[in-house]
Design a binder for this molecule. Structure first.
Ligand SMILES: Cc1cc2nc3c(=O)[nH]c(=O)nc-3n(C[C@H](O)[C@H](O)[C@H](O)COP(=O)(O)OP(=O)(O)OC[C@H]3O[C@@H](n4cnc5c(N)ncnc54)[C@H](O)[C@@H]3O)c2cc1C
Length: 497
């Protein structure tokens, strides 16, 4: 073996980048291996024609404003990238439309949300108040009791937290609200966590919605690629080494202790610490010899399922957003309020019944060239139906599928089709390819109520192996960026022992 490193980080997604940077800043000799030719994983951009398209980031949570900073702002400050980035605050959480039945826009302000919901659903006024009171109480108790590690945490001190932490969103909404359209409006961010209400942890949902309202949604000028590039630059400045187009094939383990990493082109690196930003499934089941895997790890997967992926349609328009009537950055268009059916449809190639449409130029006209705009349409989808499409029918199938997305957009913005200058399509197979993740899952494994962060241990049963990113914890920018710093803390502790 050659080239000793204190730590090898596999994967330069959000979690891998923040882990690598954090470790390098703490004086470790770090090698970052990335199979793709650019840093970022999901947090990247691509160019078609005169447009640079954002791949993933619709709304950044957890940043907060300068006067009310959120945890992510502190993370960026600690990592030395805060002053390298410009953030654009989004005024609204979203516009939600179900043609003929619902069309409301919720601002990122509790009083305003409650007012708009009461105007639209007057019979549910008191339920709306009670739901929001509970959600705020619960989230505050979560912050002060759990996140701040209150040594006196107890049922008496944090009663709402203890009562609702293990409930699903459906159960809590059913207690306070009746109209399915009201539940859909409040639970609309389900697609950011990837499960229907009856499988989605109230804890995960409440803290996410609370965070978007209180700390506001943001976008990054120059796309999330600007963030990934800033993290990489800071890593290189801190003395880190990086190899692109370099896939980690094997993690060498002996006596349940990491010994090294072997790359796909056969390069051997010795190290006693690995942070994997690749999926837990790939890391354990493909990179480590089965004989070196403790039985407990194999068992731990038996109750887990691979989370959802997405179909995307990236559009470059030859006009400003307002020329097509687009006035909100983030829009959710539904054809039905039956979420369970939407999930079933996600496992088929049938017409989806929800599409998300983001147009960053609404709040940041410099996002696209002058006089132009870009839009990202996204429908939740799983890889299975796509995997069974014969290769010679793939192109036709994906274009047919995305016509459905355009049809939904047409209903709300009837002029949009005429203004399309560029179009690119992604399917779960695209995400499988550039991320290397099973099912092209964008949030890792499904996070059922039993799998929330409260119950999942961050430790691995193999000494020296740590995880960062969506598969280690849960998905989304805020969580994965924080997970890298957290993995780095565990590695430093282990290195110092
Ligand atoms: C279309 C889309 C929309 C989204 N919208 C939002 C949003 O609005 N808000 C939000 O918060 N989140 C959103 N997300 C989710 C969010 O982007 C992801 O959850 C998050 O970026 C995942 O980060 P990660 O650290 O898990 O790494 P990933 O992004 O999963 O990256 C993992 C990296 O590891 C590399 N890798 C894998 N295997 C190997 C190997 N063997 N060797 C070397 N390298 C390897 C991959 O190439 C990749 O670069 C979206 C995602 C997508 C795709």
């Amino acid at each position: 073996m050659m080239n000793d490193y204190d730590v090898v980080v596999i994967g330069a997604g959000n979690g891998g980048l923040t882990a690598a940077l954090s470790l390098a800043k703490n004086g470790c000799k770090v090698l970052l291996l990335e199979q793709h030719n650019i840093p970022g994983g999901c947090a990247t951009s691509f160019i078609r024609g005169r447009f640079e398209f954002e791949v993933a980031l619709h709304q950044l949570s957890g940043l907060g404003t300068e006067s009310q900073p959120g945890p992510l702002r502190d993370t960026f400050r600690r990592l030395g990238v805060l002053d390298k980035l410009d953030f654009v605050e989004q005024e609204n959480l979203f516009r939600i439309v179900l043609p003929g039945k619902l069309d409301i826009t919720l601002r990122a302000c509790r009083d305003d949300i409650v007012r708009v919901l009461k105007d639209r659903f007057p019979a549910e006024s008191s339920g709306i108040d009670r739901f929001f009171n509970l959600m705020y109480l619960f989230s505050t108790q979560m912050i002060f009791g759990v996140y701040s590690r209150d040594p006196e945490i107890s049922k008496t001190k944090y009663p709402e937290f203890f009562e609702y932490a293990a409930q699903d969103l459906q159960a809590v909404m059913d207690k306070y609200l009746s109209d399915p359209l009201l539940k859909l409006s409040i639970g609309n961010y389900w697609s950011y966590l990837g499960l229907p209400f009856n499988k989605l942890s109230f804890l995960d949902y409440a803290i996410m919605l609370f965070s978007y309202i209180e700390l506001k949604p943001f976008h990054i000028k120059g796309s999330s690629q600007a963030l990934s590039s800033a993290l990489l630059d800071a890593f290189l400045k801190a003395g880190g080494d990086v190899r692109f187009n370099c896939k980690a094939r094997k993690i060498v383990v002996k006596d349940k202790q990491v010994q090294g990493v072997v790359t796909a082109d056969g390069f051997e690196i010795s190290t006693r610490h690995v942070v994997s930003n690749a999926s837990t499934l790939t890391t354990y089941l493909e990179m480590i010899d089965i004989g070196d895997l403790p039985e407990s790890i194999i068992q731990s997967f038996s109750s887990r399922t691979i989370g959802l992926s997405a179909c995307g349609l990236y559009l470059g328009f030859d006009c400003e957003p307002q020329d097509m009537g687009v006035t909100e950055s983030t829009n959710f268009i539904y054809m039905s309020d039956d979420l369970d059916r939407m999930f079933r449809l996600g496992r088929t190639l049938e017409k989806p019944e929800m599409v998300m449409f983001s147009c960053f130029d609404v709040e940041d006209p410099s996002f696209s060239p002058t006089g132009a705009a870009q839009g990202a349409l996204m429908a939740t989808s799983y890889a299975e139906p796509w995997l069974s499409v014969p290769p010679n029918q793939y192109a036709e199938t994906k274009y047919e599928y995305t016509q459905n997305l355009l049809d939904m957009l047409d209903l709300i913005y009837p002029d949009c089709r005429e203004h399309i200058e560029e179009a690119e399509v992604s399917t779960p197979l695209t995400h499988m390819r550039y991320l290397g993740h099973p099912g092209g899952a964008i949030y890792g494994l499904d996070q059922y109520v039993k799998d929330t962060n409260l119950f999942v241990s961050p430790h691995s049963a193999i000494k020296g192996l740590f995880f960062a990113g969506a598969w280690a914890n849960s998905g989304g920018f805020q969580v994965t960026l924080a997970s890298g710093e957290s993995a780095a803390r565990y590695v430093l502790k282990s290195l110092n022992q």
